[in-house]
Design a protein around this ligand. Structure first.
Ligand code: NAD
Ligand code: TYD
Length: 338
């Protein structure tokens, strides 16, 4: 099989590239625009593999996408490419609409024009909105209504709807996965876990939004990759699969766990102004993918977070390069005087 992995130079996409190269003998083409979140350094261990190729391109550029399909004639497309950070979407929604919505529609048009055996849309549990903190009995199922909060989640929900529309109207053989928060190696340090690890290592304050009581359902990135791989090979066309492993934690618990692993003081925690429209709780019910496809997550939060902290300790040069560049302007804009 020839698989195009869009956004494969980002966090989850790159982990997926490595997962595929390790577990299958398929050809993997990473198609990525290399925005601030894309990093060729992340793919350096894939470069020598004969089954791997990198092509720089933008999913929202129709001519570039059609050239990709004409030249490569892929059997499958897994669309990870997206603007992915909620805080950035609150500052500047437009780019999210262009990449996440228009980009998805152009990929689907290319599938329609050139043919495809499988299009998979990598989506998020954030399309369901949030759950209240005082109802731990509630979970997101595939039947939960879409109810988005941020420009990011609205753009991802739109992409899901387009995927379903192309599947029904043009018979594009599509599947969708909606996963909870991921963590692990190569996670860009604008997101909670890598940001907190790096700040703690650098003796900087750890900016917790609001009271830190918001709950996220954390999944080790490799378990997400395994789920997508399974959906690609055994999932049913037209279906949505929720992916999550019942690892709910408050943000404050996550931050305290990181500090404990690193042997740093909780005095580093600083409560800062809350995110606008901040979702309270995400929690996935993964019954469908567990019972229909036999997926189960392998890594519990306690061991996954240790593996992740260890990866950031062992790979300082990867993140030091990132935080010494444009990231400093981003950090100052988002956190100074917050
Ligand atoms: P990321 O921001 O780390 O990586 C995104 C990648 O997409 C980057 O390599 C970037 O260069 C590329 N990209 C951005 N715009 C592009 C464009 N127009 N054309 C081509 N490439 C482009 O994101 P991530 O955390 O790896 O997330 C990957 C996907 O998974 C996204 O679709 C996201 O919505 C979804 N998701 C993420 C999480 C999470 O916890 N991170 C959870 C569930 C779903
Ligand atoms: P994030 O990693 O941005 O993922 P998402 O918003 O997609 O869930 O944030 C995870 C949680 O951590 C979210 O509740 C916001 C919170 N958060 C902080 O408290 N401080 C921070 O500096 C960041 C980036 C996030």
């Amino acid at each position: 099989m020839k698989i195009v992995v869009t956004g494969g130079a980002g966090f989850i996409g790159a982990n997926f590239v490595y997962y595929e190269l390790k577990n299958h003998d398929d050809e993997i083409i990473c198609y990525d625009k290399l925005t601030y979140a894309g990093n060729l350094e992340t793919l350096k261990d894939a470069e020598p593999n004969k089954n791997f190729k990198f092509i720089r391109g933008d999913i929202s550029n129709r001519a570039e996408v059609y050239n990709l399909f004409e030249a490569e004639k892929p059997d499958a497309v897994i669309n990870f490419a997206a603007e992915s950070h909620v805080d950035r979407s609150i500052e500047d929604p437009e780019l999210f609409l262009r990449t996440n919505i228009i980009g998805t529609s152009i990929l689907l048009d290319a599938c329609k024009k050139y043919g495809i055996q499988r299009y998979h849309q990598v989506s998020t549990d954030e399309v369901y909105g949030d759950l209240p903190l005082d109802r731990p009995d509630l979970f997101f199922t595939e039947k939960t209504n879409l109810h988005t909060s941020s420009p990011y989640s609205a753009s991802k929900a739109s992409a899901d709807l387009l995927t379903q529309a192309y599947c029904r109207t043009y018979k594009i053989p599509a599947t969708i996965s909606r996963c909870s928060n991921n963590y692990g190696p190569y996670h860009f340090p604008e997101k909670l876990i890598p940001l907190m690890i790096i700040n703690a290592l650098n003796g900087k304050k750890l900016p917790v939004y609001g009271t830190g009581e918001n709950v996220r359902d954390w999944l080790y990135v490799e378990d997400h990759c395994a789920a997508i791989d399974l959906i690609l090979r055994e999932g049913k066309i037209g279906e949505i699969y929720n992916v999550g492993g019942h690892n709910e934690k408050t943000n404050l618990d996550v931050v305290k766990t990181i500090l404990k692993i690193l042997g740093k003081s909780e005095d580093l925690i600083e409560f800062v102004t809350d995110r606008k429209g901040h979702d309270q709780r995400y929690a996935i019910d993964p019954t469908k993918i567990e019972t229909e496809l036999g997926w189960t997550p392998k890594t519990k939060f306690d061991s996954g977070i240790k593996l992740t902290v260890d990866w950031y300790l062992q790979n300082k040069s990867w993140w030091e390069k990132i935080i010494s560049g444009e990231y400093q302007n981003y950090y100052a804009k988002m956190y100074d005087n917050r």
